[in-house]
Write a protein that binds this ligand. Structure first.
Ligand code: SAH
Length: 238
């Protein structure tokens, strides 16, 4: 049977209730992981497991839930988006996390990627420039019981968050015109900074490792993110 008719059948039955609905969402997640991530070369089993577990549909408005596991970015309001599942997975994989790390995320947005990071590292600091987005991300993370691992900070993430530095991983979810120097400075020796760098329409996703204090950079492909604002972002985002 085709999986979409299975979902419809299950979610129509009132007797099946919440447990069946949860199973439907889990089935969609596992299809997303197999078809969009594993089949396209995502190999980090911890990333694949986190993406099978975290409910992406809980991070969007009710009318967008149905499309939450499709192969594209999702609008989260205020001109911002959660990246396509493959892009989220590729960035997380490039952080190369094993569990004990401390990570800084720039651009909390909905909180989806922060929730995944909470599964992959032991401490997550996430920064958001828009106070309303930060407040709703905080609520969602609390509902999922993830606040012990994640702090949402309102502020200019292009400056990093020096009071908790150094970080083993830094991930930037918005397009930067150049590598923000403060972020590289706040990277621990051996740490990884993952950031899309380029112009407004097209960026290269970079993984920059700090080796003997120096940046060692590797291109991971081209992408298109919403603009980073703040000191090391674009002054005008129109
Ligand atoms: N990771 C998010 C999606 C991020 S969208 C998720 O999983 O939902 C990019 C976000 O970066 C937007 O919410 C935008 O407000 C934020 N942003 C842009 N420039 C920023 C800056 N300098 N500091 C902090 N947040 C910034």
């Amino acid at each position: 049977m085709n999986p979409s008719s299975l979902w419809k059948r299950r979610s129509n039955g009132s007797a099946s209730g919440a447990a069946a609905l949860a199973a439907d969402w889990a089935a969609r997640r596992s299809e997303m992981v197999e078809q969009q991530l594993r089949a396209r070369g995502i190999r980090d089993e911890r990333v694949l497991a986190a993406m099978s577990e975290i409910p992406r549909h809980e991070f969007v408005s009710p009318e967008r839930k149905e499309r939450a596991y499709e192969d594209h970015p999702l609008s989260i309001g205020r001109g911002q988006t959660i990246s396509q599942p493959y892009m989220v997975a590729a960035m997380l994989q490039a952080l190369d996390l094993r569990g004990p790390e401390k990570v800084l995320e720039v651009g909390t947005g909905s909180g989806y990627q922060a929730a995944l990071l909470a599964r992959l590292a032991s401490r997550v600091v996430t920064m958001e420039a828009a106070p309303l987005l930060a407040a709703s991300a905080r609520e969602r993370l609390a509902r999922l019981g993830l606040t012990d691992h994640v702090s949402v900070i309102v502020g200019d993430g292009s400056l990093g968050y020096p009071s908790e530095a150094p970080y083993d991983g830094i991930i930037v979810a918005a397009a930067a015109p150049e590598v923000p120097p403060c972020l590289f400075e706040q990277l621990a020796e051996g740490g990884r900074l993952v950031v899309p760098v380029g112009d407004r329409d097209c960026q290269e996703l970079l993984q920059i490792r700090r080796i003997n204090g120096q940046p060692v950079s590797r291109g991971l492909g081209y992408c298109r993110f919403v603009p980073l604002v703040g000191k090391y972002g674009w002054a005008d985002t129109s």
